[in-house]
Design a protein around this ligand. Structure first.
Ligand code: ACO
Length: 429
């Protein structure tokens, strides 16, 4: 018996606080929290989630049991599986972006797992996106083992770092501009403007959801309360215009060593990035600064007199991409070197499968289906990994993820796909 006979799938727009579908959306959000084993949402947290998700235009899919329920089970209005989506712009290189389907809040109730519900929701959703002309889907993964089978590949990474801000912390050069402590409640418009500049210039960046701006303004503390522990600082360029901000909080006097935790650090220029770090490094009484979303290629390490001040506690995959339309996705970005390449893409889901010829001239690609001999053979997941230039095709070839059919093709791809700037995503969803 297929899952269709046992479960009904419903897809609806996220309802806001005052919208008629509020109860259905609330039940869906409670199911998400349950799927991640978190404590139930308080009324205040639920209200904020309803409000923020409606503003973002999220779409919810819930899977509901058909037929009678056993005694003691959650009611028929509580979904056994959830799958949330929203559409945002994904930067694919300075000045270039594509609309991406962001997939989030994927859960299946513990007692209904491994019956194919994730597969059903994922396949339905990816196929619908392909029909809608969306070229790329994206997600961040709770586990590294789930999504490759659906053609997703790791495109960006991030690091958890601890920075020793004691006496050893000295920058080799003073960055331009200045830093001033800021009032979080006044950050709302500035944080949007600063992020918009980062979004326009950083490959892998995803336009942010509403909750980021509210969090920067101190409106999203634990359980939906005001975030009174939040502090902020702004960086101003040489003309006095804000071009970066950091929000942070103190871990408390009982925590040793004394530590400041960065919540969000968004910098629209290298000076803003280093200037904000210089400020964090200057905080009296603080021994360490921690940040969970540091880039994998971090200029701070190279800007410090002692690079060993920066310790990587963990390094993770961050953004996973899924190419749904090979021609549209490859055409959307610019390339670092001209040349031609024939890619044979294998895809069990048949969304990206085929042989594609890329002819790059002046940085722009013409992409056409072809019968020509392939230069590189790879699966949809590997294609997604090399797409933004954050992962080297030569490295993927060494890992057995890309097969060279023509000698030197991986190096040619490396030159063509090489990014011109950082590849980093500061937006979790
Ligand atoms: C984008 C995000 O939201 S990431 C968050 C993902 N959610 C979580 O981690 C919450 C806790 N986990 C869950 O809710 C569920 O276990 C899910 C959503 C991960 C999987 O849902 P299920 O309905 O059990 O998956 P489904 O039965 O469709 O499995 C599809 C395939 O994935 C595999 N799979 C599913 N979950 C996992 C896992 N955690 N690790 C490895 N493989 C997995 C299955 O074995 C199956 O493999 P197959 O293709 O060889 O048949």
């Amino acid at each position: 018996m297929g899952t269709e006979d046992v479960y009904e799938s419903r897809t609806f727009a996220a309802a806001g606080l005052a919208d008629p579908g509020r109860e259905e959306s609330a039940a869906w959000l409670h199911a998400v929290v349950d799927g991640f084993y978190e404590k139930p949402l308080t009324d205040a947290a639920l209200e904020k989630a309803l409000e923020n998700n409606a503003v973002d235009g999220r779409v919810y899919t819930g899977i509901y049991p058909r037929g009678p329920l056993p005694p003691g089970a959650p009611g028929p209005d509580v979904p056994v599986a959830t799958f949330g989506t929203l559409r945002k712009q994904l930067n694919v290189g300075p000045g270039r972006s594509v609309e991406a389907q962001l997939i989030t809040a994927v859960t299946v109730r513990a007692s209904h797992r491994r019956r194919g519900l994730l597969r059903r929701m994922m396949l339905e959703n990816l196929r619908r996106c392909r029909e809608d002309g969306v070229a790329v889907a994206a997600l961040t993964a709770s586990e590294g083992t789930i999504y490759r089978r659906f053609g997703f590949g790791v495109a960006t990474g991030e690091r958890e770092v601890t920075v020793d801000v004691g006496e050893r912390f000295r920058l080799l050069q003073r960055p331009e501009g200045s830093v001033e402590a800021a009032v979080p409640a006044l950050l709302a418009p500035i944080s949007r403007e600063v992020f918009a500049r980062v979004q326009a210039t950083t490959a892998g960046s995803i336009d942010r959801q509403e909750r980021y701006y509210r969090a920067a303004a101190g409106q999203l503390g634990e359980d939906g309360a005001e975030d009174t522990a939040l502090r902020a600082a702004l960086h101003y360029d040489a003309e006095g215009a804000p071009d970066g901000y950091v929000t942070y909080s103190f871990k408390g006097w009982g925590h040793e060593p004394e530590t400041m935790e960065v919540r969000d650090l968004v910098a629209a220029s290298p000076d803003a990035y280093l200037g904000l770090w210089e400020f964090l490094g200057s905080l009296d009484l603080v021994k360490e600064v921690r940040w969970d979303n540091a880039p994998t290629d971090d200029p701070l390490v190279w800007a410090l007199e002692d690079p060993r001040c920066v310790r990587t506690r963990a390094e993770w995959d961050m953004l996973w991409l899924r190419i749904l339309d090979v021609e549209a996705a490859l055409r959307a970005r610019r390339y670092g070197a001209d040349g031609s390449l024939v890619l044979e893409v294998r895809d069990p889901l048949e969304l990206a499968a085929g042989r594609w010829r890329m002819d790059v001239s002046g940085g722009d690609a013409v992409v056409t289906p072809t019968e020509d001999q392939a230069d590189l053979v790879l699966d949809a997941s590997a294609l997604a990994s090399l797409y933004l230039g954050g992962v080297s095709p030569v490295l993927l070839a060494r890992a057995g993820r890309v097969r060279e059919s023509a000698a030197g093709a991986a190096e040619r791809a490396l030159r063509m796909f090489a990014p011109t700037g950082p590849v980093h995503c500061l937006t979790h969803f």
